[in-house]
Ligand binder design. Structure first.
Ligand SMILES: [Zn+2]
Length: 361
């Protein structure tokens, strides 16, 4: 990982780069902060910069043999510990190393939940007690190139207590040229003695300007500095398209008082599953509220993606203080009726007719 591949975090990058250049990297570093701010990416870039054979002023060279091994996560002096779920004969991180390398090299921004889903059907993962022997074994090996041995522990708060206690001993008396980079989203539940022996560095959320260069202004605003959230929102944008189109057709029918349009809409909706309709009705409450807020011209309070924003720009003038409550109640009622198994066609057609009386040209 190169520093220049990391989104934002310019101050922190400069700090880490200088620490390496000035030989001030502590033997235990704890990068902590919210999900999606780039802690793992920063740990990887720091590790690579430490090892690079041809270090540049502001980044690793990216092309020396060591950089190549670091980028593939196959460098013999780069080690990892991370939460796993025990399955059959798989009991230590090494048993999951191929999945880990694949996941991290594809994109080092992912959540704990996403990782656990990648390797297992279980919900919870841990760094189990027997991992401590693995860590000790790996760090006892002679360093490959007489450089640093680096152990990155992703989500140190997931360490089993026994493992944490053994790790503490290692941090207290580290093997020569060994650097621990701990990563945490909940440092308050890590063993306090580990915390006190590590240099803590807070990783802030990604600044909106840097994030918007990657995912656009709208998503960057909603994601609030969390790149993982931003990626999820980009996917959602895709699935919301259906709901927005259905809402647009319904409102067009209501606005134009066109019963045939409304009837066609009702029939096309009624051919979908009840779950699909429920999802749509819950979306109507979101989008109606958003358009109304936009009408009040309070765009900083809006959480719409770009296609919704474009729709809202045209539609919002039809939502006023006089009809908003009634309209929200109509959607609420339709939602309740669908949950109580009332006939879909009747519910949706009634909804359309009632909206006609509320939406004024
Ligand atoms: Zn290099």
């Amino acid at each position: 990982m190169l520093f220049r591949e990391i989104i934002g975090q310019e101050n922190l990058k400069a700090h880490l780069i200088n620490s390496v250049k000035e030989n001030r990297i502590p033997h235990a570093l704890l990068l902590w902060g919210n999900e999606g701010c780039g802690k793992l990416a920063l740990a990887l870039a720091t590790a690579q910069y430490l090892q690079c054979e041809n270090r540049q002023e502001h980044d690793s060279c990216g092309v020396c043999p060591t950089c190549r091994l670091m980028q593939n996560l196959t460098h013999p002096d780069l080690h990892f510990a991370f939460p796993i779920t025990k399955e059959g004969s798989k009991t230590v991180c090494n048993d999951f190393m191929n999945s880990w390398r694949e996941k991290v090299t594809e994109n080092p921004y992912f959540s704990y939940k996403e990782w656990i889903n990648t390797i297992s059907n279980e919900k919870q993962g841990l760094i189990y007690s027997n991992e401590s022997e693995e860590i000790l074994r790996k760090l006892s090996l002679k360093s490959y190139s007489n450089g640093y041995k680096i152990m990155i522990i992703w989500l140190a708060e997931k360490m089993h207590e026994t493992c944490a206690n053994k790790l503490l001993k290692l941090i207290e008396e580290p093997p020569e040229n060994t650097i621990f980079i701990l990563i945490s989203e909940q440092p308050d539940i890590i063993l306090p003695t580990i915390i006190s022996r590590s240099q803590m560095i807070h990783v802030p959320v990604i600044d909106e300007e840097s994030l918007s260069k990657v995912v656009g202004n709208n998503i960057a605003h909603i994601a609030n500095g969390n790149y993982i959230k931003a990626l999820e929102l980009s996917k959602e944008e895709y699935s919301n398209t259906d709901n927005l189109e259905n809402y647009r057709s319904l409102m067009l029918g209501a606005y134009s008082k066109d019963l045939l349009t409304l009837k066609n809409w009702t029939e096309s909706m009624a051919s979908r599953s009840r779950e699909y309709i429920k999802d749509f009705l819950s979306y109507t409450q979101f989008i109606t509220r958003e358009c109304f807020i936009a009408h009040l011209q309070n765009s900083s309070l809006n959480y719409m993606i770009s296609s919704e924003q474009a729709f809202s720009d045209k539609f919002k003038r039809f939502l006023t203080v006089d009809n908003i409550e009634n309209i929200m109640e109509l959607f609420n009622k339709a939602s309740r009726d669908i949950s109580q198994n009332v006939n879909t066609k009747i519910v949706l057609f009634d909804l359309g007719i009632n909206l006609m009386t509320q939406i004024k040209k």
